[in-house]
Design a protein around this ligand. Structure first.
Ligand SMILES: *Cc1c(COP(=O)(O)O)cnc(C)c1O
Length: 221
C-alpha cells in the first residue's frame, strides 16, 4: 500500500485547521502522487538532493517544506521553489537564504528549529541561541528583507514517555508565546510545528498548529 487513505482521511478530519505536512522522505513519486490526488498539497522532505530530484517530477502547486538539517552550501538548490524552510538553526544559514532569495527575487518563509529533546544529537537552537537571534541580533535580522520568520519548529525526544514529550512540547509553546508578547517588526510567530506520527495528538493538545506526519500516512518505513 502506497498511501493509507483511510488513515489519512481520519487524521485530516481530526486535525481540522491544523496544517498537516505529509513527510514523504524515502517515499516514491508514485506514493506522493497518490496523496496529491486525494487533494493533499503540503509535503515535507529531509534531504536536499532527494527533494530537488523529486520536485522536478511532481506537480508545481505542491507546497514543499524542508524539515531536515540544512547546510548553507545546499541552500541555493531549494530556494527557487521551497514553500517553507522549517529547520533553520543559525544566523549563517539565515544569511545564505537571504542571499539566494534576493537572487531569485523571492521572500522565503522560515521557521527556527529549537532543540527541545533530551537527546544530544538533535539539531536546533537552544534557548540562549534563540534569544541571541531574536533579541541581540535584531539589527542583523532587520537586514534580512527577503526572509520572513514565521514560527518555531521542534522535535521531541524519541520516547515512549508521553509525559516527557508533553513537557518538551509545552516548553516550546511557552517560548513561542513569550516571543509573541514582545511586539517587533522583525517577526511574528504564527506557526508552531510540533508533532509527528507517534506524538501528534499530544502536540495538538499542547498547542501545535502544524504537524509533520510520515509513517502513519504512507505506511511504515
Ligand atoms: C521523519 C520526520 C518526520 C515524520 O516522522 P514520522 O514518524 O514518519 O511521522 C517529522 N519531522 C521530521 C523532522 C522528520 O525527520
Amino acid at each position: 500500500m502506497l498511501v493509507d487513505a483511510t488513515k489519512y482521511q481520519q487524521i485530516t478530519d481530526e486535525l481540522k485547521d491544523i496544517t498537516l505536512v505529509a513527510v514523504s522522505k524515502a517515499k516514491s513519486i508514485e506514493a506522493i502522487n497518490k496523496l496529491y490526488e486525494l487533494g493533499h498539497r503540503d509535503f515535507g522532505e529531509n534531504y536536499v538532493q532527494e527533494l530537488v530530484e523529486k520536485q522536478t517530477h511532481l506537480p508545481k502547486d505542491i507546497r514543499w517544506h524542508f524539515i531536515g538539517h540544512l547546510q548553507s552550501n545546499k541552500v541555493k538548490q531549494i530556494v527557487p521553489f521551497i514553500h517553507l524552510i522549517q529547520s533553520v538553526d543559525s544566523l549563517k544559514v539565515l544569511k545564505e537564504i537571504e542571499k539566494q532569495a534576493k537572487k531569485h527575487n523571492r521572500v522565503i518563509n522560515i521557521l527556527l528549529q529549537v532543540h527541545i529533546a533530551r537527546e544530544e544529537s538533535k539539531f536546533g537552537l537552544d534557548e540562549n541561541e534563540l534569544h541571541e537571534l531574536l533579541n541581540t541580533n535584531l539589527n542583523e535580522l532587520d537586514k534580512l528583507r527577503n526572509i520572513t520568520i514565521k514560527g518555531l519548529m521542534g522535535i521531541a525526544s524519541f520516547s515512549e514517555n508521553i509525559e516527557l514529550v508533553r513537557k518538551e512540547f509545552r516548553m516550546l509553546k511557552e517560548i513561542f508565546d513569550q516571543y509573541n508578547q514582545q511586539p517587533t517588526t522583525n517577526y511574528k510567530l504564527e506557526s508552531l510545528s510540533i508533532g509527528m506520527s507517534n506524538d501528534y495528538k499530544v502536540a495538538v493538545e499542547e498547542g501545535s498548529n502544524m504537524v509533520r506526519i510520515g509513517s502513519l500516512i504512507f505506511g511504515n518505513r
